[in-house]
Structure formats: C-alpha cells, structure tokens
Design a protein around this ligand. Structure first.
Ligand SMILES: Cc1cc2nc3c(=O)[nH]c(=O)nc-3n(C[C@H](O)[C@H](O)[C@H](O)COP(=O)(O)OP(=O)(O)OC[C@H]3O[C@@H](n4cnc5c(N)ncnc54)[C@H](O)[C@@H]3O)c2cc1C
Length: 299
C-alpha cells in the first residue's frame, strides 16, 4: 500500500477499525479511511483510488453492511456530504436537492417539521440517502424510489452524469447500484409535498412507536435477509424455532427474528456462521432459500 499511503495517508487515518463506523459495531480495520465532506472531495478520492488501482468502497452510515474481521485492504471513503436545498415550486410542491451522505432520519425530521412530506417513513431507517438509494430502502409501505426524481452519479469511467429514476432499475431492496457497485451516488432530487407539519410529525411518531414495539434496540444492521416473495423472513426464522439462537456474541433477536443483535464482542465470523445456521434450518423446514439483504464487505 505504498501508493495508498502517499495518496491518502495525509488526508485520513491508517488501520481504522470499521467496527466504529457500522451500526453492528463489527468489522476489522481499513488500510485507509478518509471522510469526504463535499461531492467534489468524494469524486477526487474515487478518481485517485481508481488511477492507482487501489480497491475502495464508499461507506454511508454502515447500517446495511457486515465488514469481515480482517477488515478491508484498500480505501474506505466515509460519505459525509450532507448539504441540501429546497426549491418551492408551487404552494403544494418543492424540489429537494440533497447530497448523498445526508442521513435519512435527520433529513426526514427537518423537512417534516417544515411541513414537507415524503420521507417520514425513513425516520427509523438509520442510513444515508446514498445507501438508501443503493438498497431501495423502505418501510411502512413506502420506499426511497417513491418520490425520487433522479440522481447525479460518478460513473465507472469517472464521468459525472445525471440519471432519471427510470434508469435506476429499482426493485424490492435493490437498484442498478447494488447490482453493479461501480457507480457512486453523489446527489439526489426528490419531489416533496406540502402537508400540515403536525400531520407529518404524527406519522413519524407512529412509525417510531411501531419500531419501539417490534424491533430490538441492541446494535444490529436491521433485517439480515430479504423477505422471500409472499412471505416474511422473520416469520420463517421464528417458526423454525431460531429466536435466541446464538453464535459467540451474536444472537437471533427475541424481538424480531430477522434481526441479529450484537450482544457484546460479536465478530463477523460469528454472524456468518449464524447466517448459515439460519439458512440451513429455514431451507430444511420450509424449502425456502433466504437471500441476504445486507452486503458483506472485506477480506
Ligand atoms: C435498526 C435498523 C433498522 C433498519 N430498518 C430498515 C428499514 O425499515 N428498511 C430498510 O430498507 N432498511 C432498514 N435498515 C437497513 C439500513 O438502514 C438501510 O439499508 C440503509 O439505507 C443503508 O444505508 P447506509 O448509508 O447505512 O449504507 P451502508 O451500510 O453504509 O452501505 C450499504 C451499501 O451501499 C453502498 N453505498 C453507500 N452509499 C453509497 C453511495 N453514495 N454511492 C454508491 N454506493 C453507496 C455501500 O458501498 C454498501 O455497499 C435498518 C438498519 C438498522 C440498523
């Protein structure tokens, strides 16, 4: 990593433990870790990494990834680009332009309090706008694709391009970005709708309350598996008798069986073993193949 040290050593940190940057609190060190605070800074880091053929990945809020225990040999760019602007189009609509590192709950909350509806469902989804677009995050019957207009990306040839929603191949918890993983989401545009701030806030409180009743509070990455069509992964895992099953420091949550929780000191290896146990038992009992919703990163 001599090249990496020259390129990134002064801008960031070496051997940064990624556990500190994921909601699971799991993950070994990255060779280099640099935060990008502006889209131009993000573009520059990606271009340098590509030019020097240094492996890299863009980290949002680390709420949908499992970083392996050996960490990541290369550069992790933490996306802290979080500026946004609101352009009121008419009394009922506004155009939201937001950088991809803005964190969804904070953004949804700020907009809702100003009476702009459209992202309230995201109040309990602890990721960035970029991460939400990559995985087409959703909750409470809505998803990020719903009122998205388009995005600005850095493509695989280092060209900045604008793409309308119709080119993003959104489907259940996936998009063109999750499939290809060689394009970076820099900014996004959403159409927001005027509503009574009290109504927006009430909706968010209802969602928060629902999560409080149905989801664990220990460190996790949300749902581990996608819901198989016509079924819920959590229900299958529960009915297979797996709630509370534990490997090392990680456990199938007693509250929501599709959440694995870090009970302290869990390793990525523990999680990978538990994933296999759950998959095998669900396959044996129901003949259903569970597909990962989270992304596994690193060596
Ligand atoms: C308690 C809890 C509850 C959750 N509830 C939900 C829920 O209700 N619904 C739901 O859908 N999800 C839920 N999640 C999962 C997670 O919050 C979402 O998937 C979120 O959108 C991930 O965003 P992130 O910024 O954390 O992405 P990260 O985990 O940081 O990254 C995920 C992937 O996206 C890539 N990526 C991130 N940003 C960019 C970018 N700008 N350009 C290109 N690639 C990028 C990364 O390289 C990585 O491959 C929950 C998680 C937790 C911990």
């Amino acid at each position: 990593m001599t090249d990496g040290r020259a390129a990134f050593g002064a801008r960031g940190r070496a051997n940064e433990p990624l556990a500190a940057h994921t909601t699971f609190r799991i993950g070994g060190p990255a060779d280099f870790f640099v935060a990008a605070e502006t889209p131009d800074g993000l573009i520059d880091l990606v271009r340098v990494a590509r030019a020097q053929q240094i492996p890299f990945f863009v980290l949002g809020n680390g709420s949908n990834i499992l970083v392996r225990d050996c960490g990541f040999r290369g550069l992790v760019i933490e996306n802290q680009c979080d500026q946004f602007s609101l352009d009121v189009l008419d009394p009922t609509r506004a155009l939201l332009r937001v950088e991809s590192g803005a964190v969804l709950p904070g953004l949804a909350n700020r907009l809702a309090r100003q009476g702009w509806a459209g992202l309230e469902w995201g109040i309990g989804v602890p990721g960035t706008i970029g991460g939400a677009i990559v995985g087409n995050a959703g909750a409470h019957g809505a998803c990020i694709a719903d009122n998205l207009i388009g995005v600005t990306i850095l493509d695989a040839d280092n060209v900045v391009r604008e793409l309308p929603k119709t080119e993003l191949a959104f489907a259940y918890r996936t998009s063109r970005f999750k499939r290809a993983q060689d394009e970076i989401v820099l900014r996004a545009e959403f159409e927001m709708t005027r509503d009574d701030p009290h109504a927006c806030i009430a909706r968010m409180q209802q969602y928060v309350e629902h999560r409080r009743r149905t989801q664990p509070t220990e460190p996790s990455v949300g749902s581990i598996f996608k819901n198989p069509s016509g079924s819920a992964a959590g229900r299958l895992i529960d009915q297979a008798g797996l709630k509370g099953t534990r490997v090392g420091g990680v456990e199938v949550s007693q509250v929501h069986a599709n959440f694995f929780v870090n009970r302290g000191g869990a390793t990525a290896n523990d999680v990978l073993q538990l994933i296999e146990i759950v998959r095998e038992r669900v396959r044996a009992k129901f003949g259903v193949e569970l597909e990962l919703e989270i992304q596994v990163v690193g060596d």
